[in-house]
Design a protein around this ligand. Structure first.
Ligand SMILES: [Zn+2]
Ligand SMILES: [Zn+2]
Length: 345
């Protein structure tokens, strides 16, 4: 089926009325935060050129570092003992620390700068995801390389197997795995902006009023459940090896942190295929039409193919509904609220 046919068929199924209409601007509370122009202006052509570099450099460095760690004898768990886990955690999370530091220096929008209360709440979201929700869900579904997906791996109809022993091979396999997984995620995400049953799990993520690398982890536990289908199934269908899964995870984490960052990164070449912070900031826009573009959180190619891509760099504010930041309780509870109440938040 062609991409145009697929999009037309889905649009026939989807309701005409948007799920979460933006309220009148009169309802939006005035903010005390500093005003930033809606479109970012680089200081010079040279500055604009420099901002094309960090995204590919960070993503590639992260993948290469993890690939070296898992292919090198000297860095193996046998050689490093308990230090191997610490090293893997450092390699995975160092891009996040780097991006958070960069946001303080090269801030794109001052109104989005996090305060200490924001940092504390985001750390809470990261810890609950890492230590409660993701382990609970992965225990239930098991990991992509264990029993639950073993049958899919053994009976897959996909003629390609994602396995590699060299660093370039692992990076290529990780990009293929992420691109295929994002195809499924693209449709889950697009439907979650159109169907209330899915929007109630996704709304929490759209009620953030500031962009930051920390914010990619602000995801409702029920959405983790939905997301836990896409990547593991693709990895199992392609028979991905644990090494490919590790490098693919590095790319996935990195993409999520970079695209939520409050930094003016924009690269015409890299961002033809990979999502830029600017693309994802537009997806978080308070403007209803803008938020219905750029559904790919790490890979933007599916938006380009299925007609939902926007290259606009104009974003006045991010958020959803009334545009105010919800309390921690509301962010968790909203998934259980009646439809009208969710739309009124
Ligand atoms: Zn969304
Ligand atoms: Zn997001």
């Amino acid at each position: 089926m062609s991409s145009i046919q697929t999009t037309a068929a889905l649009d026939e199924l989807l309701p005409d009325e948007p799920l979460a209409k933006a309220p009148d601007t009169a309802q939006i509370k005035e903010s005390d935060e500093p005003f930033d122009p809606p479109a970012y202006m680089y200081k010079s052509k040279f500055t604009e050129f420099l901002w094309k570099l960090p995204q590919p450099v960070i993503a590639l460095t992260s993948m290469i570092a993890v690939a070296i760690a898992i292919t090198s004898e000297a860095m193996s768990p046998k050689a490093l003992g308990e230090g191997a886990d610490l090293l893997t955690a450092f390699l995975l999370f160092s891009p996040l620390l780097l991006l958070l530091a960069a946001e303080r220096v090269w801030t794109k929008k001052k109104a989005w700068l996090l305060n200490w209360k924001d940092y504390a709440e985001d750390i809470f979201w990261i810890f609950t995801a890492a230590y409660i929700w993701i382990p609970l869900i992965s225990d239930y579904y098991r990991t992509p390389i264990s029993d639950a997906f073993e049958w899919i791996r053994e009976n897959t109809f996909v003629p390609i197997t994602l396995e590699a022993t060299t660093i370039p091979g692992l990076i290529l396999c990780a990009v293929v795995a992420q691109t295929a997984a994002e195809f499924i995620y693209y449709w889950i995400h697009r439907c979650s902006h159109r169907y209330m049953i899915a929007w109630r799990t996704h709304a929490t993520h759209h009620h953030i009023t500031k962009m930051s690398a920390m914010r990619s982890n602000r995801t409702h536990p029920t959405e983790f459940l939905a997301l836990s289908f896409s990547t593991p199934i693709i990895l199992a269908l392609f028979g991905a090896t644990p090494e490919v899964i590790a490098v693919s995870a590095a790319l996935g984490f990195c993409n999520g942190w970079i695209t939520h960052s409050n930094l003016p990164m924009r690269s015409s070449i890299w961002n033809w295929f990979f999502t830029s912070p600017e693309h994802h900031q537009l997806h978080h826009s308070h403007d209803f039409n803008d938020s219905n573009t750029n559904f790919g959180c790490g890979i933007i190619i599916w938006d380009r193919l299925f007609g939902t891509f926007s290259s606009s760099s104009y974003i006045e504010r991010c958020g959803s509904g009334t545009g105010k930041q919800l309390s921690l309780f509301e962010q968790y509870a909203l998934a259980l609220y009646p439809d009208d109440k969710i739309k009124s938040l």
